[in-house]
Write a protein that binds this ligand. Structure first.
Ligand SMILES: [Zn+2]
Length: 445
């Protein structure tokens, strides 16, 4: 048994915050949550970590992250390219060149940054060539992962195929779920890059296997234009008419939705994963169409994502949550509409609910998995401590104050360092792998 000491932000149904608190871990799960003095007296043999000044929060949930393709060329795609160029002249050619070794190294680095910033659950966005190697990375480093792989049936592109071939590939990646840290979902690239047959059959596959389906849609206005031209309908109207939507569908982005599409999301119980830093980095217009707030206000299913290392770049949940809160206030000229505690909900329990994993993670409650993040409040940004730790967490801090992280009860970050992987050993390899990818993709000599 381990007893983790600190002020505990539970995110339980009562949203309790226990000032002089502690969390008791038994194996992979949370055995008790309460006052430190009582728990320490009741469990004198428990190994104690943390201190009275620490802040303990549930592990953060990143609902949309490309674990390959961007990491080895981190922050290398220029930020002044015309719309779409970042994807089709950089990301896709680099993805096409990824070897299995590249995938594992890339995922190791992204998940390392994730854990160090307190992100314990990561949902792969669905553009992986070698999902088994990404799973190997997650297992090595101790991160919780929902894996996906390439799914599109366009004429030309990496890992494209017929709907039969694409769905076989999806079944293969679903088989990587292990009932422990690794889960899987059906993942299509989405946009206007999936045939009606593919999306309908992928949705049926997800339903029949009792897993989720994710795809990209409408981060910019170009998907709306393409669907209107092809089908005469807005994207979600068309997909709903096909019968492809439902509570198992997790739509990445959904920035540019019309009123009818927002209503469809609410009526079908589909979830939307918002990646606000990507929209700002790529200039996609979320400050002009912040439908995510409309979904949230109507009780819709919503999660946050950090997207990719050339679309938001940092993998830091708190930074993402703070941006979302700022956009909510600013786009409505109403600071009362959404606050720090709402932002933390999206990053933890509301995100877990939207992604269908709230039975296991998202809050600090007895019986749930012991995915915990410990923020060190002796750092300068926490001095002096606010009476409202959540306000200070969201607006006054970020991943830098994450000191210890537990996933399923295992300490995966201790004193700010990963326990399983030495990043210094990977730096030279990552540099060379990134250069080689750009060369092979024909982008740089
Ligand atoms: Zn994406």
């Amino acid at each position: 048994m381990k007893l983790i000491r600190g002020a505990v932000v539970t995110m339980d149904p009562e949203r309790r915050i226990i000032d002089e608190g502690a969390v008791l871990i038994d194996g992979s799960s949370i055995a008790s949550v309460g006052g430190y003095a009582q728990l320490a007296a009741a469990h004198p043999d428990a190994e104690v970590a943390g201190s009275a000044t620490d802040l303990i929060v549930p592990g953060y949930i990143n609902g949309h992250q490309h674990l390959t393709g961007d990491r080895l060329i981190q922050s290398s795609i220029p930020d002044d390219l015309p719309p779409g160029d970042a994807i089709f002249t950089w990301s896709v050619p680099v993805h096409a060149e990824h070897t299995g070794d590249d995938d594992e190294l890339s995922a190791t680095l992204t998940l390392a940054e994730s854990l160090k910033n307190g992100v314990t659950s990561t949902f792969e966005a669905g553009t992986v060539a070698h999902p088994d190697r990404v799973v190997a990375a997650a297992n090595k480093i101790g991160a919780r992962l929902t894996i996906g792989s390439w799914g599109w049936d366009i004429e030309e592109g990496p890992f494209t195929g017929t709907p039969d071939e694409v769905l076989d590939r999806q079944r293969e990646s679903l088989s990587l779920a292990d009932g422990e840290l690794i889960d899987a979902w059906v993942s299509l690239v989405g946009h206007n890059l999936m045939s009606d047959e593919l999306v309908v059959r992928a949705s049926d596959l997800a339903r029949s296997q009792n897993v989720s389906l994710t795809f990209h849609l409408s981060p910019s206005t170009s998907d709306t234009d393409a669907y209107l031209a092809r089908t005469g309908k807005a994207p979600l109207v068309h997909l709903n008419d096909l019968g492809a939507l439902g509570p198992h569908v997790k739509i990445a982005h959904g920035v540019h939705l019309d009123d009818h599409e927002v209503q469809i999301v609410l009526d079908t119980g589909a979830a939307v994963i918002a990646c606000p830093w990507a929209y700002l980095r790529l200039g996609q217009g979320t400050s002009q169409s912040f439908r995510h707030l409309d979904l949230w206000k109507a009780g819709g299913a919503l999660a946050l994502g950090c997207d990719a290392e050339n679309a938001g770049d940092m993998v830091d949940g708190i930074r993402t949550a703070a941006l979302f809160a700022g956009l909510a206030k600013d786009t409505t000229l109403d600071p009362t509409v959404f606050g720090a505690s709402d932002a933390l909900e999206l990053l933890t329990i509301r995100g877990a609910e939207a992604l269908g994993v709230d039975a296991a993670v998202g809050s600090i409650e007895v019986g749930k998995q012991a995915d915990l993040v410990v923020h060190d409040r002796t750092r300068v940004e926490w001095i002096p401590p606010s009476d409202d730790p959540v306000l200070q967490l969201v607006w006054g801090s970020d991943g830098r104050s994450v000191r210890d992280v537990y996933v399923a009860g295992d300490a995966v970050v201790v004193d700010g360092e990963l326990t399983a992987v030495n990043l210094d050993d990977l730096a030279a390899e990552a540099h060379d792998a990134g250069r080689s990818l750009l060369r092979r993709a024909g982008i740089k000599p």
